[in-house]
Design a protein around this ligand. Sequence first.
Ligand code: ADP
Ligand code: ZN
Ligand code: ZN
Length: 744
Amino acid sequence: MILRLAVPSPLRRLFDYLPPVEMPSATASGLQPGIRVVVPFGPRKLVAVLVSVESDTSVTHDKLRHVLEILDTEPLLPAPLLTLYTWAAQYYQHPPGEVFHNMLPALLRQGRPASHPGRKIWCLSAAGQTLEHNALGRAPKQKEIVEYLREHGEMDRDMMTELEISPTAMTTLLKAGLIETTKRLPRAKQGPAVKSARENALQLNDEQRTAVSAIRKSLSAYSCFLLDGVTGSGKTEVYLQVIAEVLEQSRQALVLVPEISLTPQTISRFRKRFQCRIAVLHSGLTDAERLHAWLEARDGIANIVIGTRSALFTPLARPGIIIIDEEHDNSFKQQDGFRYSARDLGIVRARNENIGIVLGSATPSLETLHNALSGRYHHLQLTDRAGGAERPLLRLLDTTHEVLQEGFSSTLLQQIGEHLQRGNQVLVFINRRGFAPTLQCADCGWVSECTHCDARMTLHKTPAHLRCHHCDTRRAIDRHCPLCKSKQLQALGLGTERSEAFLSGIFPNARVLRVDRDSTRRKNELDILLNEVHQGAPCILVGTQMLAKGHHFPRVTLVAVLDADTGLFSADFRGQEHTAQLLMQVAGRSGRAGQPGEVLIQTRHATHNTLQTLINHGYGAFARTLLMERHAAHMPPFAHLALIRAEAEDFRTPELFLNLVRQCAARFLGESEAPDASTAVMLMGPLPAPMEKRAGKFRSQLLLQSAHRSNLQQLLSKLCPELEALKESRAVRWSIDVDPQDMI
Ligand code: ADP
Ligand code: ZN
Ligand code: ZN
């Protein structure tokens, strides 16, 4: 009996082992794929996962080692997930051991038992139960807790968050002996999840109803839907009503959202609608909490699982639907290590589990749109905003002939003033944090460059310093030019800090709130800022793309985009697609409640075709134009790409290595029969990366392109073992990115 294992090692293969030296026959029959074992690996002991039991091996018998210990009596993972992990490792050319290792909760990969650690809950003590009604008269929060516990019996951490109860209030009650804590071990609920939630389902409009019933009809088998609905069209309501049906069938829903949208707002929307176990997988969980949520999902105790990218790998006992909200979002593709796309793997998973999957977006990726237009996915459209809100009016402001004040045209400033005067809120979008992207000498033209990257250092004023946004190097701001000693150093270009300072000066009576990664670094800072916006008083929100996604700002009636041009004319072939998505997402923040919204976009290319199509005919028309261009240029989704990257301390080594890779690939391609243009794999490069030097390393890349995914896959699977074996591969750091999103 040979055990084929995923062992956490950087090698792209599985490893064969013999069963433990002494093993009762009863244990042997329990050796099912999906259990964990401990194995000797070199001098170390590692936790590995059994992928299959084989009857023979290509390893010579005297080299085979024995498994040391068996950790589980039953599989940790259900079979479809095991298949998914293995498939993903193969497709993304990533070491299978690392895939398994990374996707398991930390405690499980350390070999801890897969048993529920229990969830901490609070309930009333005997003293608390008999407490007089008015005894807590002057402590309203404590009173609220006691009343809640009287009604519901217990409270957990999720409910504390939901009711905005601080840990201090709990501690005070604990110290007073009025409440006590215990551990609750979960029990799987039989039958459908209890409903009776605090909020009722909305009355659907026609398009929503069509979408909901189409999806509900195909819950019992694989099918993929693109829910293509403008911002505010009520996609979330569609998800909620589909999920209601899934829960009714006693099945589970898996919901993936972009990193930036996993906010209390999002979660609270689900909690208000469904009175059931919702496991939220966010980055703030402790290891024990994460294990707990994972097990609850696997054992069918959690009815709904919500999380970002990696939540896709959560096992489910009775999967019913997968929903991927904002499917176009870049955060669904991991950009380092295991470079998977949670959206694409979501589809593979839905197929394996034979369930439905919904991809929702106001600005679908060209890949998904193409699949919908060609009939591979069902295309469901929501063309109007729900609940009577009007769609915002988009306008281009041509700034070609204008002298701008700190990036603002006079028309824009005037408009901002008018919206504020009417008591509304204004959102100013500028996709650059810091004060200015460049510090320049007015006399000789010197600019502040990063010594580790081919990039300029950004000027920050609060606190004052220069910082490289690529490697995070920081230094003090120069007092005079290092070349000519001139003191005439000027800040060039615009960042959020600069706009914040400028707007505060122009509108002294308005609150200006800046939202970017710097202003929200500490815990809760974003919540505090958003809370203030939700209070509704007139204000100007200045921010980066953090503001663009998911938020609902009912009082914002004007969205101003300071500069649409940088992204539209970037070198990346996805530049236009990403910029348009971002513009439409930001625009979607405007006028989401009763009042009509307006979007003003400053540009020096007001007559540019794509921009015109986007503004006048919407994202759908724009995306279709872009699809034709991609088709003509043999680019995704009409071709498939893989990028092999290499980096090293000196600039020659990565290129030399990639030249070897290219030769190797060419040899394999030469060996394959009769290549013609439609099936061939093209090799491009090696070329220096668009930013050749980054964080002290020189980077080069080789692009592989083919109209046929399977041809590209075949080549990669032959290429990988060769590259691992090349001795030159040890002089560089190299990686393979299948379906790359970013070419930098
Ligand atoms: P999306 O997810 O498409 O951006 P949301 O689901 O957030 O849209 O809906 C936008 C707003 O419209 C929300 O305030 C929501 O409560 C409301 N809404 C959605 N569907 C309906 C409906 N059928 N009737 C009334 N209001 C609705
Ligand atoms: Zn100078
Ligand atoms: Zn740098």
